[in-house]
Design a protein around this ligand. Sequence first.
Ligand code: URA
Length: 220
Amino acid sequence: MVLRSLQQYLELMKLSGINEIFSLKNDIQTDNSRTIEELKEKYKNCRKCPLFKERTNLVYGEGSSSPILMLIGEGPGGEEDKTGKPFVGRAGQLLTKMLKAINIERDEVYITNIVKCRPPQNRNPLPSESEICIKYLYEQIELLNPRLILLLGKVASVNLLKKNLKIDEFRKEVFFFNNAKTFVTYHPSALLRNENLKKYAWDDLKKLRIEYDKILAEEH
Ligand code: URA
């Protein structure tokens, strides 16, 4: 009986365009007794991987404590390392504009990264670094329980979804991570390097806005 309804549920998900479902339940132990700001304070001196050696600030994340939408990037760059805030450099300013273009303010969402400390010379995080740090992200997702996740770029997508697809293959699919319908778009740095990609990112953003509106309608 339960099995049948589970199967029906999965079929329904497929029909609504969701390709894969990921659950966190066995992966983490969430410290539910604390708020997101308390967790940020708790981890600020983390030394679990070598990235701590060169950081100025650990960039845990920032934004609403009850966001509908969570944005996940790769890792802090120079400005982020200096200020302790995610996405505040050139790519971050573009990201803020992208959100504004679909009528979403930065403080409505929660913004974070796969790794919380800046990799030297802004290189990609090593698998060993992501593997350690992603536990913090799992905890953030579990605690904040967003209904939508937008993954920015391939590094964020590969690390969260554990699938080695190309960015355009990811963009075509819809995933379900924990309780969040999960989409992929280009990293804003890629859009700064290649203006031609902006029209595709705009398509992704419009899709996201439709989902955002559906959730707002459900909640009111
Ligand atoms: N790029 C990222 O992936 N994250 C940031 O916070 C800034 C730039």
